[in-house]
Design a binder for this molecule. Structure first.
Ligand code: ADP
Ligand code: GLC
Length: 489
């Protein structure tokens, strides 16, 4: 049978460019799909950082799309063993800007983001249809988040077209633009309707995916249910209920090579479940690095996150004055100024107990996962969440709120769950600093008791969250869309 050709389109992919979990997922999924025999390929905007990370990328085609000159570049990334992942980059002036894919140096979104990513979608559609580089066309296009939202809509204009899958990583980011942009972007007039791209008088590029994709997926089963409710639906819950038959939640995996405490090059001491004494050495090294008191009996909490409202950072900030005495905290994150200022002040007031590192630091994220005893994820909503999955693998007990993928991946240390040895962390229900504090106090009691804590660590480390399972679920979905049997079935 012919090899299935799948084009994944997104605004970020590790190791080319990453601002959050989207980058992790879009970097790892095509690699896992290739491992399953799929001809998966990736298309990304050619930001300067992506071009630097892919120095061997060569021009393949040139084209003019909606008045913009586009160059299609093609390079490759290692994909395990001798396998390589083909990567296409869309080079055009709008992406030739330094820094973050979405923001200028002051952290402000580029005002022309809708136009930039609409252009990216036009180029990706042309590529998928075989119009840009005639030697390859896609059977399935898998578009991710609003930046690739227009892609399923553009493909729907063609009769001979690939099937489309749209994955919602975060419904709160919708690619909104003023009504005038709809015409300026050259979109068909009939898309200016509530059942197409119009959204309360604005253009919402995410609706290109939600309305026009053959299938919609999101990154955990629980979030797939939540987004059909007004509480989590961000105004799109009605549309998602309408499309419920085409919507499925597939839990993200993690890159088990990159996030492996036994081989992680970022760690001072590498360890596995049989050598947790070496994890204690990582804790001591982290305390020293951060200037925290060298206290092995303190419960060291870590948090690695974008500092935005979604992540419940305010709950943590409000809890700081009430943290039990033998609790230490390290936060690594970047984001909103109000949060960074509050965290900086708290760390300055109690430097031996609280450390804050502003900015984006991949190796430090790994050292925190290894050196912390517990990892906080107090999110108000969380489509999947990856840091709690990394924590499970690193024997770092996750303390999470019972939402989205956090609820799907962490099993609370209730007496019953401990007795049946399925508990992996601490789960709390209410989005309040009191509930977060109560969860931290429960963690502290288990930590002091010793044996139940090690039980949680071992149970988490024994789980397998690698990509094989999720990639298999996506492959099944692609085959279903094409009326094909699963390869090897
Ligand atoms: P989201 O995608 O909503 O930001 P996830 O938990 O899915 O949340 O993924 C976050 C990813 O970004 C993880 O890989 C995490 O380690 C990483 N990350 C977040 N903030 C930072 C930071 N300041 N430095 C390094 N890595 C970070
Ligand atoms: C989003 C979500 C996060 C998810 C990630 C990868 O950024 O906020 O919960 O893990 O995408 O799917």
């Amino acid at each position: 049978m012919k090899r299935l050709r799948v084009l994944l389109a997104a605004s970020e992919a590790w190791p080319l460019v990453k601002t959050g979990g989207l980058g992790d997922v879009v970097g790892a999924l095509p690699v896992a799909l290739r491992g399953l025999g799929v001809d998966a390929r990736l298309v990304l905007p050619a930001y300067p950082a992506a071009r630097q990370a892919l120095p061997d990328a060569r021009p393949l085609a040139r084209s003019a799309l909606y008045g913009a000159d586009i160059t299609l570049l093609r390079g490759e990334l290692p994909a395990g063993g001798r396998r390589m992942l083909p990567v296409y980059l869309i080079a055009t002036a709008a992406f030739d800007r330094p820094g973050n894919p979405y923001q200028n140096a002051d952290g402000v979104d580029w005002p022309d983001n809708p136009a930039r990513f609409a252009l990216f979608c036009r180029a990706a559609a042309a590529l998928a249809l075989g119009h840009l580089a005639p030697d390859w066309r896609a059977d399935v296009v898998h578009a991710h988040d609003w930046q690739a939202g227009l892609l399923p809509a553009l493909l729907s204009l063609h009769t001979q077209r690939p099937r489309s899958v749209f994955t919602v990583h975060n419904l709160a980011y919708q690619g909104l633009a003023p009504a005038a942009d709809a015409a300026a972007l050259g979109l068909p007039a009939e898309w200016w309707r509530f059942d197409a791209l119009e959204f309360f008088g604005q253009l919402a590029l995410i609706k290109g995916g939600l309305v026009f994709a053959d299938r919609i997926t999101t990154v955990s089963p629980r979030y797939a249910q939540e987004i059909q409710t007004p509480e989590f639906g961000c105004g799109l819950d009605g549309l998602l209920r309408y499309r419920a038959h085409a919507l499925v939640g597939i839990l993200n995996g993690i890159d088990a090579e990159q996030w492996n405490p036994a081989t992680d090059p970022a760690l001072p001491y590498r360890y596995d479940a049989e050598h947790l004494d070496l994890k204690a050495a990582d804790k001591a090294a982290l305390q020293q690095e951060l200037g925290l008191a060298a206290e092995p009996r303190a419960l060291l909490l870590g948090l690695v996150s974008r500092l935005v409202a979604q992540k419940g950072i305010d709950l943590l900030i409000d809890a700081l004055p009430h943290l039990p005495a033998d609790v230490q905290l390290v936060v690594l994150g970047s984001g909103e100024a109000a949060y960074t200022e509050a965290l900086r002040a708290a760390a300055a007031a109690q430097p031996a107990r609280i450390a804050f590192r502003a900015g984006y630091d991949e190796p430090l994220a790994h050292r925190i996962q290894a050196g912390a005893d517990a990892l906080l994820v107090p999110s108000r909503f969380e489509p999947c969440g990856l840091t709690q999955l990394y924590a499970l693998r690193y024997g770092t007990v996750p303390i999470v709120r019972a939402v989205g993928g956090l609820a799907d991946t962490v099993v609370d240390a209730s007496a019953e769950n401990l007795a049946s040895d399925c508990a992996t962390g601490i789960v709390f229900e209410t989005a309040s600093s009191a509930a977060l504090l109560a969860a931290i106090e429960r963690a502290l009691a288990l930590f002091r008791a010793g044996a139940p804590w090690q039980q949680l660590q071992r149970a988490g480390m024994a789980e397998d969250h690698s990509w094989e399972h999720a990639a298999g679920a996506y492959l099944e979905l692609y085959c279903h869309l094409l009326d094909q049997e699963l390869p090897g079935a």
